[in-house]
Design a protein around this ligand. Sequence first.
Ligand SMILES: Nc1ncnc2c1ncn2[C@@H]1O[C@H](COP(=O)(O)OP(=O)(O)OP(=O)(O)O)[C@@H](O)[C@H]1O
Ligand SMILES: [Mg+2]
Length: 277
Amino acid sequence: MSIQPVSMSSKSRADRAKLILNGVSKRFGNGADAVQALEPVDLVVENGDFVCIVGPSGCGKSTLLSIVAGFETPSSGSAILDGKKILAPGAERGVVFQQGALFNWMTVRDNVAFGPQAMGKSREASLSVAARYLELVGLTSFSHRYPYELSGGMQQRVAIARALANEPEILLMDEPFAALDYQTRELLQEEIHSIWKRTASTVLWITHSIDEALVLATHIVVMSARPGRIKATFESDFSKNTDPMLTTTVEFADAKRQIVALLRQESIEAQRQEINL
Ligand SMILES: Nc1ncnc2c1ncn2[C@@H]1O[C@H](COP(=O)(O)OP(=O)(O)OP(=O)(O)O)[C@@H](O)[C@H]1O
Ligand SMILES: [Mg+2]
């Protein structure tokens, strides 16, 4: 088991591409106040890839995901999903952000059933999908509560259930587990991983946790400090391993060390930028 440097912008990947980012950059604002959040990014994600993106705070990870989600438009370049340019949000993309954005006026159950129902499933079928995913995230007994009655971590689990209930072509996750305790996080990691394997879906996942990236990813993208660029890309086969002691192995520690070393330089640079702001 190891991580191996791999090119993720190569033409060879484009043949089997699910998502293509072609020189995607983002600049917020104008003139002296402008912020270059992303330098042009080239990335090809293949069908079935589980891509984890790591990088220092403020390097443009959420911006990149928002562009793929269709919430932001790139300043240059284009994002293409299944051969079609991304111009707006769509049901084939399931999105979970750093803070779950739920409908506060709907019960937990209706939040999760919303997607299936919007896609034409009957009320009954939608509720049964909702029940299945709420069970998966351990919130069956909160089905009839409203989001504001739940803790932050529980709301995040509802947001995950809601994204999964749409059975999207691609899941876009922005640090979905950041607010969760260690045990819940591990359990949900396993669940997401088994759902990904079962459904052969494609995942783009942002995390600050290198362990999480190594446990889950088929590919790891390391980004540089702002303005974000792709600094390195790796192929990883740790996610194929189901050994519960995986994270304690020498190979795992070796891979982690490589990524930590890359990120350390970037975090120092990111901090320097904050001080000079
Ligand atoms: N709507 C916006 N308007 C202006 N600037 C923005 C906007 N969104 C993001 N930025 C800026 O773009 C840069 C990248 O932000 P982004 O949220 O993408 O970073 P991130 O890598 O997700 O950080 P974190 O790890 O802290 O979540 C930051 O400097 C941020 O201030
Ligand atoms: Mg972010």
